[in-house]
Design a protein around this ligand. Structure first.
Ligand SMILES: [Zn+2]
Length: 190
């Protein structure tokens, strides 16, 4: 898993040479966000090419770090895409689409987060494949509840409040993530 994690960091370095992963306490806007909402300190927040991670991030397992950074890396790629290859422009456009209106369904937030959470799930499946095992029912349920909480709850401002729709989305993405992880591992081992 360590090699897979390092490969991803190297790829990020090639695409975003000046990106940074910093504990939240060293990033002024993350400190400000944490003052506004204490619960945020357990999350990563990406702004441009800075990923502010929880302060105890470096104590996390490689698999946990990998999943988190893979999710945030997806947001960085989204920004680059919307800026036609130039991330500062993409940062503004992506941010505008992400935050434009706070009501669910009026922003692209849910769309962007679905892409990013798919990557979180791929990270989970890669870890399982490396370990040579299947997810336990508790792990699958934990992932599902995490998705439902984040999409249907206040944390991302009810970006997709339908639990039924999000449960369907979870199962199809869970399967898809498994297939993507198998392909990626095959390419890595070639
Ligand atoms: Zn996200």
């Amino acid at each position: 898993m360590q090699i897979i994690y390092e490969n991803m960091l190297n790829e990020m370095r090639r695409k975003f040479p000046r990106y940074q992963i910093s504990p939240r306490r060293y990033v002024w806007w993350a400190r400000l966000l944490d003052k506004l909402d204490k619960g945020l300190s357990k999350y990563a927040t990406t702004c441009g090419i800075t990923i502010a991670v929880p302060n105890d991030f470096h104590e996390w397992s490689v698999a946990q770090r990998y999943r988190l950074i893979r999710h945030e890396y997806e947001h960085m790629k989204q920004q680059k895409k919307y800026g036609l290859g130039w991330w500062p422009l993409g940062f503004l456009i992506h941010g505008f689409l992400y935050l434009l209106c706070l009501l669910a369904g009026w922003t692209m937030r849910s769309h962007f987060e679905k892409q990013a959470y798919l990557q979180t799930c791929v990270g989970f499946h890669l870890f399982l494949l490396v370990e040579g095992r299947e997810a336990t029912p508790a792990e699958v349920d934990g992932s599902k509840q995490m998705i439902l909480k984040n999409f249907c709850g206040y944390r991302y401002l009810w970006m997709d409040p339908s639990k039924k729709r999000m449960t369907r989305w979870f199962w199809s993405s869970w399967e898809r993530a498994h297939a993507i992880a198998i392909d990626e591992l095959y390419l890595l081992n070639r």
